[in-house]
Design a protein around this ligand. Structure first.
Ligand code: FEO
Length: 397
């Protein structure tokens, strides 16, 4: 059944939510699905901003047909060529002959790679600062390269002050009854997932996000229409500030996150004790996670939030415990910056995980590692109290 909602004058959300999806990009677990947003402006000409993922294609096409109410579709603006948004280009073009595609040079290169059969369709190629009018509405194109693909771009409608922001300002999580962020407790329901989405999908490209935020600051934006998650029409500054912090690699709070790996529970036990001691000493919240049980993308989100990160790893095959190694690989791949790390290693005969983790972290810009590594030989005991005290002191200093 048709399910569309008005966003702003002449503009309807016509997307869909997928709650059956287990893994976004076949990597990231989703507890509460994801939405694929698409927007239709019905002006003198009709303009569609992006299609949707194949998983919601039936809903999307039904919504599109209803929102057009018998009119033809004049333009399809492709802000992002990743398949979760472009999968229906061929179908839409087949259903609405005469459609003109709008994209930039990189958009059309990618479109040719994915869908060579679209080469013959009418197209308008735009670049930074170009505009397209549909009548009362004029769209200004803002290139957003590497947020998070090279062809990504924004469109700003000067009639409604709506910014169609591609993946930027998106979040994991299906949409419920409403599509607006102010209709839900966003901080409780979506913020962790928005941060996880940002850090894992876009996190590597902080510099590029900063560049596009500077361009967006010159626009009078009333509504942000991302391709995933809620639409923003209130408290925009609050969410833009989150994006600003995340893309400057600044922690959101001064909390401590402690992530441990443990084969038999001894490192887990030490981690629990040290978490308690750290919280007692610092007065800051300490969040504890088992690296084997919590997906790396969630840990990355937690690290993006926190100023101090304590990693506790057993030594395994004369190396770092594999799930911890995978997390460190992610942090390097995403280019995490500006955090304070502290290390705990365990090893029954030759503990080396601390030294190896320190080497992994050495490549992270602006990150410091507390000089004292707490070494555990198999298990922590009362006789280790002084060393634990010294470690807690060093982490909280
Ligand atoms: Fe939601 Fe980069 O695609």
């Amino acid at each position: 059944m048709v399910n569309t909602q008005e966003v702003v004058q002449d503009t309807r959300w016509i997307g869909g939510s997928d709650r059956r999806i287990a893994l976004f990009e076949n990597i990231f677990p989703l507890e509460n699905g994801v939405s694929y947003n698409s927007y239709l402006v019905t002006d003198e000409k009709t303009v569609l901003f992006d299609t949707a993922d194949i998983a919601v294609s039936d809903q999307f096409l039904e919504n599109l047909q209803a929102a057009l109410a018998g009119r033809k579709l004049d333009y399809l603006v492709v802000l992002h060529m990743e398949p979760d948004h472009c999968s229906q280009i061929r179908t839409v073009a087949a259903l609405y002959p005469g459609l003109t595609l709008v994209g930039n040079a990189k958009t059309f290169t990618m479109m040719q790679q994915f869908f060579p059969e679209t080469a013959a369709l009418p197209r308008v190629e735009v670049k930074e600062g170009d505009t397209l009018s549909s009548g009362k509405h004029t769209y200004h194109f803002v290139m957003a390269p590497m947020v998070h693909w090279p062809e990504a771009m924004f469109a700003y409608d000067d009639a409604t002050k709506a910014l169609f922001s591609a993946d930027a300002f998106g979040t994991f999580g299906a949409l419920d009854a409403g599509i607006f962020a102010d209709e839900v407790d966003f901080e409780k329901k979506y913020l962790d997932e928005a941060r996880r989405y940002y850090a894992n999908i876009v996190g590597k490209y902080g510099m590029q996000v900063q560049a596009v935020l500077k361009k967006a600051a010159g626009l009078d934006i009333a509504v942000i229409c991302p391709l995933h998650g809620p639409v923003w029409r209130k408290d925009l500054a609050w969410f833009i500030d989150k994006y600003d912090k995340w893309s400057r690699y600044e922690p959101e709070d001064d909390g401590i996150v402690l992530i441990y790996g443990s084969l038999y529970g001894h490192t887990a036990s030490a981690a629990a004790l040290i978490a308690h001691r750290l919280e007692e000493k610092s007065g800051k919240t300490v969040r504890v996670f088992d690296v084997s049980k919590t997906h790396s993308s969630c840990l990355v989100g937690e690290i993006w939030k926190s100023g101090t990160v304590v990693l506790a790893s057993p030594t395994y095959n004369n190396g770092i415990y594999l799930p911890m190694q995978a997390l460190l690989h992610d942090l390097r791949a995403l280019g995490l910056k500006n955090r304070k790390f502290a290390l705990i290693e365990n090893g029954t005969w030759a503990p080396v995980a601390g030294k190896l983790m320190r080497e992994e972290l050495a490549g992270l810009t602006g990150c410091t590692v507390v000089e004292e590594t707490l070494t555990i030989k198999s298990a922590l005991h009362e006789t280790d109290s002084e060393r634990v005290d010294a470690f807690v002191e060093a982490v909280t200093a």
